[in-house]
Unconditional design. Structure first.
Length: 317
């Protein structure tokens, strides 16, 4: 009878044969390679989709470039890039600006207004109003050759607004004192840290009135009407698409398909119009990173910014 050698507690366990470790690691390695391959395949497919020319389509008919503007207007970069691309493309016969916005910042609206007028010199531009195209949204629409709205579209609101919030009394309750140093007496006008003076109010009202005159002047220019005709309508009131047509702020009533047909007709193009939506030419990674950066910056600005903001926007929309 043979006896197995005894192992003392201090002795290390017997080493596992190298062949056993290799056999156990092979399934994990194969699974990892399979996952990596699928990931690369999905990434390549996404790049292929993004690399496709948006002008290419199996449908026959004139290509109509569509510029979508939705939500509160805070930037003009994407709209300007899209308009320039449509203007340079020989395949795009006309442009439809699809609006669904309550308005927003004045600067971006004025930049898009100018770019639409520049585009009109080479190809027709038609505005199509969705649910909402008020204030800065109408500012943009006024630059187009023709405006088409639904009867129930909320539009108009030709006006300018700025709002400030004073928290000085709240800070006093918390026994917090804010110290402000400025290079001039008007530098902190509109600051939430102090009460607004009569002079502050006069200064801000003058700015609002001046921008309002610019708004009225551009609408009159875009619509081919006089300033005296637009001024009584520029009270900031929201009106329906049906009423806007009666007041000559809209050319006719219709939907998005009607706008496409109107754009093709202005371009003297035959056939069923085909809408074309532009995708950015940048890489997928750069677009993801840019979108994340924009969202982060927007959140920080909303939470931390205390600067005065003047907008062409309807506060109730």
């Amino acid at each position: 009878m043979t006896q197995e050698p005894e192992h003392t507690p201090d002795e290390p366990p017997a080493a596992e044969p190298p062949a056993t470790k290799t056999r156990r690691s092979r399934p994990a390695l194969a699974g990892g390679l399979l996952f990596l391959g699928l990931l690369l395949l999905c990434f390549a497919f996404a790049l292929l989709l993004l690399a496709q020319d948006p002008d290419e389509s199996s449908e026959e008919g004139p290509r109509i470039g569509v510029l979508e503007i939705s939500g509160v207007l805070t930037s003009s970069r994407g709209a300007l890039e899209t308009l320039r691309a449509y203007r340079k493309s020989e395949k795009i016969k006309a442009v439809v600006v699809r609006l669904n916005t309550p308005g927003g910042a004045v600067g971006p609206a004025q930049e898009i207004f100018r770019e639409i007028q520049r585009t009109r010199k080479s190809k027709p531009v038609v505005a199509s109003m969705g649910t909402l195209a008020a204030s800065a949204g109408y500012y943009i629409a006024a630059a187009c050759q023709e405006i088409i709205a639904n009867p129930g579209t909320l539009t108009g609101s030709i006006g300018v607004i700025t709002q400030t919030t004073e928290v000085s009394q709240l800070l006093a309750l918390a026994r917090i004192r804010a110290n402000t140093l400025t290079s001039g007496k008007h530098k902190d006008t509109g600051s939430p840290l102090r009460a607004m003076t009569d002079e502050d109010r006069r200064v801000l009202q003058a700015v609002v009135d001046r921008i309002h005159k610019q708004f009225v002047r551009d609408v009159a220019k875009g619509r081919g009407l006089t300033v005296s005709t637009i001024t009584p309508l520029a009270t900031g009131r929201v009106i329906t698409g049906e009423e806007a047509k009666e007041k000559r702020l809209v050319d006719r009533l219709g939907n998005f398909s009607d706008a496409l047909e109107a754009a093709a007709k202005l371009a003297k193009a035959e056939g069923e119009p085909v809408p074309v939506y532009r995708r950015g030419a940048r890489s997928l990674l750069s677009r993801i990173l840019e979108e994340a950066g924009v969202k982060a910056a927007t959140t920080l600005q909303r939470e931390l910014s205390r600067r005065l903001r003047i907008e062409a926007r309807h506060p109730g929309l």
